[in-house]
Design a protein around this ligand. Structure first.
Ligand code: CTP
Ligand code: CA
Length: 226
């Protein structure tokens, strides 16, 4: 009788996670990207799986193996990431941990650009779609809990508050990625949770511990809104 088994906190939930950078081609051999190891997003996917969820991990290019048991959807560009996220819906909880490139080159060349007489190239950039804001504002398909991240180099909490309002998500997980913080690419993280109910600052922890604590909080928040 399975009714006697203790239920895992995210049993029966579909959790969607974006992680890593996106690569926006300049030509076949060059790209624009944000710095991102993908570690925090992958750790969240693993923690959600351990909490009993079905997990879809939409990931840009990273040097990590997906946690066994998650459905990995590999992508390169922001537009591919948005498409993969849309395809993965519906989800109960969506966590947008990816460091999406804000801009792409308007017309990426089909051939490698050569140095030379024409001088330095002058790229026209266009803004990429905001995946988090698009999904958070999708009335028909919005997951009941939508979480964004904000990696900032200054005024961390102020910027996170502005992003919470601008993007229409339920929670922003903000962190300081200034060079002095030592967070970028490392194994530890110190986050601030910014939501309508206020600001909570957590102590410095390794990224796995941050992931487990976040997933347990997401579970509480998702069952509160369900
Ligand atoms: N994000 C996204 N799609 C984008 C840009 C950002 O889904 N095109 C998501 C990120 O995954 C993150 C959140 O939005 O969860 C905040 O990303 P961030 O780069 O901090 O916000 P921006 O609005 O791009 O602002 P900034 O000018 O600070 O880069
Ligand atoms: Ca950005």
């Amino acid at each position: 009788d399975t009714r006697l088994l203790p239920a895992l906190p995210l049993a029966g939930k579909h959790v969607l996670v974006t992680a890593g950078p996106t690569h926006e081609p300049i030509d076949p051999v060059r790209y624009i990207a944000n710095r991102s190891s993908g570690k925090q997003g992958y750790a969240i996917a693993a923690a959600a799986l351990a909490a009993g969820a079905r997990v879809t991990l939409v990931s840009g290019p990273v040097a990590l193996l997906p946690p066994p048991g998650v459905k990995l959807v590999p992508v390169q560009t922001a537009r591919e990431m948005l498409e993969a996220v849309r395809t993965a819906l519906p989800a109960d909880i969506a966590i947008f941990a990816a460091a999406v490139a804000d801009w792409r080159v308007a017309d990426a060349g089909a051939q490698k650009i050569k140095k030379g007489a024409e001088g330095t190239p002058d790229f026209a950039l266009v803004e990429n779609p905001d995946i988090l804001a698009t999904i958070a504002r999708d009335k028909a398909r919005r997951p009941s809990l939508v979480v964004g991240f904000a990696a900032e180099t200054e005024h961390v909490v102020e910027h996170a508050k502005a992003k919470l309002a601008r993007k229409g998500c339920d929670l922003i997980v903000a962190n300081d990625v200034s060079p002095e913080s030592g967070v970028m690419g490392g194994d530890r993280n110190r986050v601030h949770l910014v939501s309508a109910s206020g600001i909570e600052t957590w102590p410095d922890m390794d990224k796995e511990a941050v992931a487990r604590a976040l997933v347990s909080r997401f579970g509480e928040l998702a069952s509160a809104v369900a």
